[in-house]
Write a protein that binds this ligand. Structure first.
Ligand code: A2P
Length: 319
């Protein structure tokens, strides 16, 4: 299995299990199945609403001797309503309690978006529940994350959904730089500039929604949205390698030296997705896929950019 290497020598397995949209009731079995199938990387977040059940599965996996804590990479994410510096440690304390862990391997700022505390672990009902980045600067939230690392609650810290500009600002103002940026990434949203920037700056990338997130919420589905998993070129490459389209997509992410977190709650597909590590795409395949970019976001953050919000598509993604 490919690994991402961190400066302190830690390694993160490139393929992890995504748990966004995995319903309570499903995620327990998904995590256990994944660990039995050889996954050593689980991607979580407070907003997924299932960390307590993931924690039950982890406890079972440890007590059954399926894996040791030090062999497993667990990522979690700080929710937007907890961006004040003093809110960050309590937020991670709750996540650690839910996950039944003493530390996470990686803790990420989930979005460069701040919400009023009253929203809790949820979504805003109107524009007045959003706070601007002048009101709570990302640099303030970052200091909170640094403190979790200093306390040993998080081995590594990073961000998610950050643009090049926001990374640059954080690098300039923070005492430490993020080690990870987790972003939507797949052949329809290749983000070559961001990949090059992060490589240059020593920031790892995790690709989320690598399969095009066909089960994303209806509110995020435009009527004319393309369907990545039905792409003809991806299907042709899958036929050539006698593998599935999902495996081509996962293998593509690994070939680009990013981590990738396909979500599944289905045992066969969980196995299939980690087996994608054995699919070796060649130069011709990579060239074909390079030509598929549509700069298309399945997850465009519209939930933050409603009428009257301080956030819009431009200041969210380009600034
Ligand atoms: P399921 O959980 O029933 O397997 P993403 O990781 O981009 O968010 O995509 C997740 C979606 O892709 C889910 O609907 C998931 O369904 C589906 N999925 C996961 N793995 C595979 C696979 N190997 N083949 C087909 N669909 C998959």
């Amino acid at each position: 299995m490919e690994n991402l290497k961190f400066k302190n020598g830690d390694t993160m397995p490139a393929i992890g299990l995504g748990t966004w949209k995995s319903a309570p009731g499903d995620v327990y079995n998904a995590v256990l199945t994944a660990i039995r199938s050889g996954y050593r990387h689980i991607d979580c977040a407070a907003i997924y609403g299932n960390e307590a059940e993931v924690g039950e599965a982890l406890k079972k996996a440890f007590s059954d001797g399926l894996v040791k804590r030090e062999e497993l990479w667990v990522t979690s994410k700080l929710w937007n309503s907890k961006h004040r510096e003093e809110q960050v440690i309590p937020a991670l304390e709750q996540t650690l309690k839910d996950l039944q862990l003493e530390y996470v391997n990686l803790y990420l700022m989930h979005w460069p978006v701040a919400l009023k505390e009253e929203v809790g672990i949820g979504f805003p009902e109107g524009p007045d529940q959003l706070l601007s980045l002048e009101e709570i600067p990302l640099a303030e939230t970052w200091i909170g994350l640094e403190k979790t690392q200093q306390k040993g609650m998080a081995k590594h810290i990073g961000v998610s959904n950050f643009s090049i500009k926001k990374l640059e600002d954080l690098i300039q103002h923070g005492t430490s730089r993020p080690e990870m940026n987790q972003v939507e990434m797949h052949p329809y949203l290749q983000q070559n500039e961001l990949v090059a920037f992060c490589k240059e700056e020593g920031i790892h990338i995790t690709a989320y929604s690598p399969l095009g997130s066909g089960d994303r919420p209806a509110r995020s589905k435009a009527a004319d949205a393309p369907v990545l998993m039905e792409d003809e070129s991806i299907h042709r490459i899958a036929q050539k390698h006698d593998c599935s389209p999902a495996q081509v997509l996962i293998s593509w992410a690994v070939r680009r030296n990013t981590a990738v977190i396909p979500k599944s709650v289905n045992p066969e597909r969980i196995q299939q997705n980690i087996d994608a590590a054995q699919v070796m795409l060649d130069e011709e395949d990579m060239k074909t896929i390079a030509g598929l970019d549509k700069h298309y976001r399945f997850i465009n953050g519209a939930i933050w950019t409603m009428e009257g919000s301080v956030y819009n598509q431009s200041n969210l993604w380009d600034e």
